[in-house]
Design a protein around this ligand. Structure first.
Ligand code: HEM
Length: 409
């Protein structure tokens, strides 16, 4: 496959910007009206995730092994996208949808590449698309044997912790096996928007999951303002590999640094440690003011619990919990940004560090830590962009803000 030709044509095509995405979706929805119901109700402000990812992947076929792993997982993940036909019958995503998307892609390329769209190039694109779709379909078929396409979850409780932050407890219809630190795609059926949220608890025997959401955009504002007890959510397959690797060097102490709703996945990790033999852990949670520390009570309680699996009497004091604020009248605790407070509690050279907060907070924290001597390979952060083919994820700035840390927009 001539990947240079694919790449070159894609970069020319990308210059067309949002017009090309509009054309692609219009072509797809005219050709296959049932595909419309799989996409968000309001696509006006929608990032063209599918088209962008497709281009990225197809123009980077140089590492077939890595691509196969990614595409199979993406295919398994795509089982959560479903819709209904014109009679209102449920429709699962299947091979015919891949056919329609492929046709819409080729038609869009033809329209925007003009004379550059030669029969040879068309053949290249068709073959590349076919190989990626076959991998995705194989991944989907494989995952059908072990998991449902998505989980339906009922909201058991909703608690407003601040005007813009709410905490939800939900119960999925089947046990959803996620690892502490991972996130799940979550959909509110009314909006048909999928966004990633991180469970704030270690997996429980009763299967319930706690989510923390801060209202920052359409999805999260809807969830914080409207979602209540008895409402229904859909959950996709758990994803994310960075924060859930917290146990890769269990002999080392842990430093967890959180900001905003980034506290959720780190609390899940801390809960998992408490249920095991414990581990010397420091959890620093930063806010601008004390009101930002919306989960303080739960975290203080966790810190007061001995580690369940520790030797007799050895489990107490495994977790040092340090809330810190930048400004607070009458505040008795630590003062400063989370990373500043963490540094005062160091040294952290021989420590595993997990950081989770807004993209800016995470970037700044990592940079301050590395400047203070913590080796970069000791620091784990999650990118929350699970759509990009891994070799591109680091370099890409293509979808900033698409996935906020735990409560996406
Ligand atoms: C080679 C083929 C395909 C590739 C590489 C691809 C890739 C992607 C990626 C990376 C995402 C973002 C995932 C996320 O946010 O978690 C996505 C979203 C989506 N894809 Fe695909 N996809 C393909 C085929 C299809 C097909 C055949 C359909 C069905 C018509 C489909 C329907 C969707 C939908 C409904 C979304 C969510 C869109 C949104 O919320 O904006 N995809 N796709």
């Amino acid at each position: 496959m001539d990947s240079a030709a694919l790449r070159q044509s894609w970069s020319q095509f990308s210059a067309a910007g949002p017009e090309a995405a509009k054309y692609f979706y219009a072509t797809l929805f005219v050709m296959a009206p049932e595909a419309r119901s799989m996409f968000p109700t309001n696509m006006q402000y929608q990032e063209d995730k599918l088209l962008k990812a497709l281009g990225h992947i197809i123009t980077h076929l140089d590492d077939p092994a890595a691509l196969a792993v990614f595409a199979r997982r993406l295919g398994a993940d795509h089982r959560r996208f479903h819709g209904e036909d014109q009679r209102g019958n449920p429709v699962a995503l299947g091979p015919r949808h891949y056919g329609w998307v492929g046709q819409a892609l080729l038609a869009t390329l033809e329209r925007f590449l003009g004379p550059g769209w030669t029969p040879a190039l068309q053949e290249q694109w068709a073959a590349a698309y076919e190989s990626v779709s076959q991998l995705m379909l194989a991944g989907a078929a494989e995952s059908e044997r072990s998991s449902p396409p998505f989980w339906e979850a009922e909201v058991l409780g909703a608690e407003r912790r601040r005007s813009d932050v709410a905490v939800f407890t939900v119960r999925p219809n089947y046990l959803c096996n996620y690892a502490p630190g991972q996130s799940l795609p979550v959909q509110v059926p009314q909006l048909r928007l999928w966004r990633y949220l991180s469970p704030a608890n270690a997996p429980r025997a009763d299967g319930t999951i706690e989510f923390h959401v801060r209202a920052t955009g359409r999805f999260s504002t809807h969830v914080v303002r409207r979602l209540g007890t008895g409402d229904r959510l859909l959950l996709g397959h758990p994803t994310g590999t960075a924060l859930s690797s917290y146990d890769r060097a269990p002999h080392l102490p842990l430093l967890l640094i959180a900001g905003g709703t980034g506290v959720a996945p780190l609390r899940a990790v801390a809960e998992a440690l408490q249920q095991g033999p414990g581990r010397r852990t420091t959890l620093v949670v930063g806010g601008r003011t004390p009101e930002d520390l919306y989960d303080d009570k739960a975290l203080a309680q966790l810190a007061s619990m001995p580690a369940a699996g520790a030797w007799q009497g050895g489990g107490a004091g495994w977790l040092r919990y340090v809330p810190t604020v930048e400004v607070g009248w009458g505040w008795q605790g630590a003062v400063g940004k989370a990373v500043e407070t963490a540094l005062r509690l160091g040294p952290w050279e021989e420590t595993e560090v997990l950081v989770c907060g807004s993209p800016e907070m995470t970037r700044e924290t990592v940079s301050v830590l590395t400047r203070s001597g913590v080796r970069p390979e000791r620091i784990l952060t999650e990118s929350y962009d699970h759509s990009l083919y891994p070799p591109l994820a680091e370099a890409s700035t293509a979808v900033p803000g698409d996935f906020s840390w735990t409560g996406a927009r």
